[in-house]
Ligand binder design. Structure first.
Ligand code: HEC
Ligand code: HEC
Ligand code: HEC
Ligand code: HEC
Length: 354
């Protein structure tokens, strides 16, 4: 939703124009879904990276689609293993990059492999950057503890909010780059030779703020268009729809049709995203049966929140029952401004207008 791929390509081009350098992408362990893999691999290639770090599964999944300079400290369970580290060279500075993600290795094995790879690259005169992806605070601490002081990296990037630097990280004496903000951050790192090795300068931006690369955006739009669920359910609805409430709750139904919940499918249509990724929270019938609804009964419906409707329709003295909890859909990712009293008051105003 932040336009991640198209914005990243445009922002990296900007950063490159301002500071000639090399691009290192670390995917960490993303769990990339099958459908978008070719699109993601193509957008990664458009960044012209010097190295791409990835978790063991993503490596396997992305490799067939692009000739990417992959690296991973954690080997895939099957297939050829990429190099444990790669050297990214810019402005006469050589930086060895290591991607540490969870996989079949134990923390002890990871630490041993990291120490070996770091020592080998140090011997070649490289600065060392390590990305720790989605390791728990405990695993990170163990990993750090096991690295000899001389093998400690200059730069450590962290892929999750949970990995925010705290006490265990301070011990490492490295520069920390939390790439958090739900994966929406982009870091420009400058390495300056200093008396005791390298001074590391980091500048962070959020992708939401950046421009969009039109060519990559066109690939993304084409991908979503191909995913779109075009067929609308032909079968009768197995549960009561808002129109069924109209005879007795006309004000509520009218208010609902004008509210975000009553327009949730229209929103996706306007965004060109009537896709299986987006429909489950925006289209009640899709959530239940994986078939799309048509207006005027399309959206987050009465039946999303009110259960027992068939019995209530048969006898209106039969009370309805609570159905789906708000937070099922109002997750931090999709509803960052969630505020229970305000949001609930807005829904009550729809259901009991005036
Ligand atoms: C099935 C998923 C789902 C459930 C359950 C759900 N919502 Fe929503 N809600 C949405 C979606 C999707 C939107 C945005 C629709 C749009 O704009 O297209 C939304 C929008 C809203 C809005 C409008 C926000 C705005 O800025 O205009 C309010 C208020 C709201 N929901 C409150 C609630 C409350 C309170 C509950 C629980 C009683 C609830 N929702 C349950 C999916 C859900
Ligand atoms: C987990 C449930 C969920 C999924 C999946 C989901 N949405 Fe939403 N969406 C919401 C909720 C909840 C809101 C209302 C947010 C609010 O107002 O607080 C919303 C609001 C929106 C809005 C209107 C507000 C805005 O940010 O402009 C758009 C557009 C939108 N969603 C698009 C999408 C697209 C595109 C996808 C698929 C990539 C998607 N949604 C997937 C739950 C979801
Ligand atoms: C996002 C969830 C949600 C949706 C969608 C929703 N309602 Fe409600 N509704 C509530 C909540 C919460 C209340 C207040 C608590 C309660 O009475 O269960 C409520 C209350 C009501 C009431 C009682 C109002 C009063 O006078 O106290 C009626 C009637 C009602 N809803 C009808 C509808 C109808 C009809 C629709 C569809 C057009 C609908 N609701 C859609 C959540 C929802
Ligand atoms: C034949 C008329 C009629 C129809 C159709 C009808 N209702 Fe009602 N509904 C009522 C009456 C009357 C009450 C008030 C019942 C009471 O207070 O005893 C009521 C109360 C409610 C309430 C608040 C009390 C409760 O049970 O939680 C909700 C919510 C509600 N209806 C939802 C719906 C929804 C959703 C639909 C459509 C699927 C619907 N109703 C269809 C007549 C109807």
């Amino acid at each position: 939703m932040a336009g991640g791929l198209a914005r990243r390509v445009a922002m990296v081009a900007e950063a490159r124009a301002a500071n000639p350098g090399a691009v290192y992408i670390d995917l960490g362990g993303q769990g990339v879904q099958p459908a978008p893999r070719p699109l993601i691999a193509r957008a990664l290639a458009a960044l012209e990276p010097a190295a791409v770090g990835a978790g063991p599964d993503d490596l396997l999944e992305l490799a067939p689609w692009a000739d990417l300079p992959l690296t991973s400290l954690t080997p895939p369970t099957t297939g050829p293993a990429p190099p444990a580290s790669r050297v990214v060279e810019a402005g006469g500075v050589k930086v060895a990059v290591l991607s540490v993600a969870f996989g079949p290795l134990t923390t002890r094995e990871l630490a041993d492999q990291a120490a070996t790879a770091i020592a080998a690259r140090r011997a070649e005169g490289c600065a060392v950057a390590v990305l720790l992806s989605h390791l728990s605070a405990t695993s990170t601490e163990r990993l750090v503890d096991r690295l000899p002081a001389a093998d400690r990296p200059h730069l450590v990037a962290l892929a999750t909010d949970a990995d925010e630097p705290g006490d265990p990280y301070e011990k490492l004496g490295a520069t920390w780059v939390p790439l958090a903000h739900k994966g929406r951050s982009l870091a420009t790192v400058r390495l300056v030779p200093a008396a005791d090795g390298w001074a590391v300068e980091v500048e962070q931006r959020l992708v939401d703020e950046g421009p969009v690369d039109p060519e990559v955006q066109a690939w993304v739009d084409a991908y979503h268009a191909a995913q779109a669920v075009t067929a609308v359910a032909a079968s009768p609805s197995p549960y009561p729809r808002p129109s069924a409430c109209l005879p007795c709750h006309e004000p509520a139904v009218t208010a609902w049709r004008g509210h975000a919940h009553g327009r949730a499918v229209a929103t996706l249509e306007a965004a060109g995203r009537l896709t299986p990724d987006c429909l489950p929270c925006h289209d009640e019938r899709y959530r239940r049966e994986q078939v799309r609804s048509a207006p005027p009964d399309a959206g987050v419906e009465c039946a999303t929140c009110h259960g027992g409707l068939a019995a209530h329709l048969a006898d209106s003295a039969t009370p309805t029952t609570p159905a789906t909890d708000c937070l099922t859909c109002h997750t931090p990712e999709h509803s960052p401004a969630w505020d229970a009293p305000r949001y609930c008051a807005a829904v009550t105003a729809v259901c009991a207008p005036g």
